[in-house]
Design a protein around this ligand. Structure first.
Ligand code: HEC
Length: 175
């Protein structure tokens, strides 16, 4: 249940903060999330995004200040201040993981997610990737890297929702 909320919420954030594309193409039909994007869900999503996704990814074209300008998310200045710490309101959401360390740990630099729904096949793609980790029937790709929806099926991202599942408390609140 919490996973569903997290996935929906992450999508909500990505959807709310970036324009949508219409195009869709891919080998496997993408999954579509059926989740109500209410304020609570969106705030939960931001919480997950900041605490989990931003461990590796940036969304540098979204600034902390921007986060206050979405009534759908409904963040107060106090919540944004708590999120940004000493960072400027004009600062984009950036990860602390350096490209060098990312390359060393995962073999690839995680892409910036600011316009991921635009540059790929929309929010359904992100949802499908997040829920698409599986066992490779051919045994070619190790468990943890096999993803039904990623082009080539071999993704360098460890399943981020499995971390969330194992350690839901290991996050800081946006309150
Ligand atoms: C431990 C590091 C790490 C975390 C945490 C992480 N990612 Fe990733 N992510 C990566 C890497 C590395 C790639 C590049 C995968 C590749 O190209 O093989 C990636 C790729 C992706 C892609 C595919 C992008 C594309 O090029 O099509 C999406 C979507 C994505 N991540 C979303 C997320 C979301 C949403 C979260 C939070 C729930 C998250 N990631 C958390 C490391 C991470």
């Amino acid at each position: 249940m919490r996973i569903a909320i997290a996935v929906g919420a992450i999508l909500g954030i990505i959807l709310t903060c970036a324009p949508h594309p219409a195009a869709a193409e891919g080998t496997l039909p993408l999954k579509h999330p059926h989740i109500t994007m209410d304020r609570k869900t969106l705030q939960e999503g931001l919480h997950v995004f900041v605490n989990i996704c931003m461990g590796c990814h940036s969304a540098k074209y979204v600034t902390y200040g921007d986060l206050m300008h979405y009534p759908q998310i409904g963040l107060t200045r106090k919540q944004v201040d708590a999120l940004r710490g000493s960072k400027s309101l004009l600062a984009g959401l950036t990860t602390d993981l350096s490209p060098e360390d990312a390359k060393m740990s995962y073999g690839k630099v995680p892409p910036d997610l600011s316009v991921i729904t635009l540059s790929r096949q929309g929010p359904d793609y992100v949802y499908s990737i997040l829920t698409g980790f599986a066992h490779d029937p051919s045994g070619r790709v190790p468990d943890g890297n096999y993803n039904l929806y990623f082009p080539g099926n071999n993704i360098a991202m460890p399943d981020p929702l499995s971390w969330f599942q194992h350690d839901p408390q290991d996050t800081k609140s946006i309150e």
